[in-house]
Design a protein around this ligand. Structure first.
Ligand SMILES: NC(=O)c1ccc[n+]([C@@H]2O[C@H](COP(=O)([O-])OP(=O)(O)OC[C@H]3O[C@@H](n4cnc5c(N)ncnc54)[C@H](OP(=O)(O)O)[C@@H]3O)[C@@H](O)[C@H]2O)c1
Length: 270
């Protein structure tokens, strides 16, 4: 019996690459997205069912998860991939923008997890793979809100695994470095405030540096897809998986370099 994975945000980038990677390995895939009418043609193939889930809409989460279970009989793995980056000086970010960032990256991920858990508990099996980022482990300039959302994903996942382990359910965290998706184009909310020109020069410099890092260090999304697949299938209790874009070496430096030295290292990125 083939296994089934449900992936959120499968319309593009890492989510789409993961959907194709699992399908290529014989998995059945519930490729969920906000607007199934805009699904990429590559997803229209045997073994992949395109379904609607907007992670900020609890009704669509419930119905999308149920539709995946009904379509394939069971779900073995959930990949919480949907997300976007709210970047900019903290003072320029409105309360609404901040709430929207957490609604998608954190509460949305929790909502899908909540919806799948009764099914996983009943089966006493399941893997939850959460897309964090290297910025879930280290702060970057202009990342106060995006960083905070990914740190929340890290804390949530690290704690959750304790209560789910005895039920046969594993939790995994994927930590990509810069990946060559259209994240910087389609999935960035850049906050600016015309009343705060004091941040402009700094923000311009840092945004340019971020784009450069994607260009210089970026890995293709297929690399992350392979690591997502490994995390879902290796059967190990391992929690964290750095994934592409020099994520492994960067996190090693973060861990072992004194704070001042690491800050200096990051500042070289300017
Ligand atoms: N690219 C990187 O450098 C990088 C690095 C580290 C971590 N990540 C993480 O990897 C994940 C995927 O990003 P990506 O690089 O593949 O970017 P992407 O191609 O822009 O994909 C983001 C996906 O999230 C979906 N999404 C956004 N809000 C949603 C919502 N409310 N409900 C359902 N889906 C929603 C988007 O769907 P629509 O088509 O509807 O907009 C899109 O499919 C994100 O969690 C991101 O934070 C990316």
């Amino acid at each position: 019996m083939p296994k089934t994975v449900l992936i959120t945000g499968a319309s593009s980038g890492i989510g789409k690459a993961a959907a194709l990677h699992f399908a290529d390995r014989g998995w059945q895939v519930a490729a969920t997205m906000r607007d199934p009418d805009r699904a990429d043609a590559t997803l229209r193939r045997d073994g992949i069912r395109v379904l609607r889930i907007d992670v900020t809409d609890p009704a669509s989460v419930q119905s999308g998860v149920q539709a995946a279970i009904d379509a394939f009989g069971a779900v073995d793995a959930l990949v919480n991939n949907a997300g976007y980056g709210l970047m900019g000086p903290f003072e320029a970010i409105s309360r609404e923008q901040a709430a929207r960032q957490f609604d998608t990256n954190v509460f949305g991920l929790m909502e899908v997890t909540r919806a799948i858990l009764p099914h996983f508990r009943e089966r006493r099996a399941g893997v939850i793979v959460n897309l964090s980022s290297v910025v879930g482990r280290l702060g970057i300039p202009l990342g106060a809100l995006y960083n905070a959302s990914k740190w929340a994903v890290e804390g949530f996942s690290e704690a959750l695994r304790f209560e789910l382990e005895p039920l046969g359910i594993r939790v995994k965290i994927i930590e990509p470095g810069p990946i060559r998706t259209d994240f910087f184009g389609r999935s960035m909310d850049i906050a600016r405030d015309p009343d705060l020109p004091v941040y402009d020069a700094y923000a311009d410099r840092m945004l340019a540096a971020l784009k450069r890092s994607e260009h210089l260090m970026g890995s293709p999304p297929g690399k992350v897809a392979r690591i997502v697949y490994r995390a879902a299938t290796d059967g190990s209790p391992r929690l964290r998986y750095p994934a592409g874009g020099l994520a492994g070496p960067t996190l090693l430096l973060r861990r072992f370099l004194p704070d001042a030295l690491f800050r200096w290292f990051l500042s070289r990125a300017r």
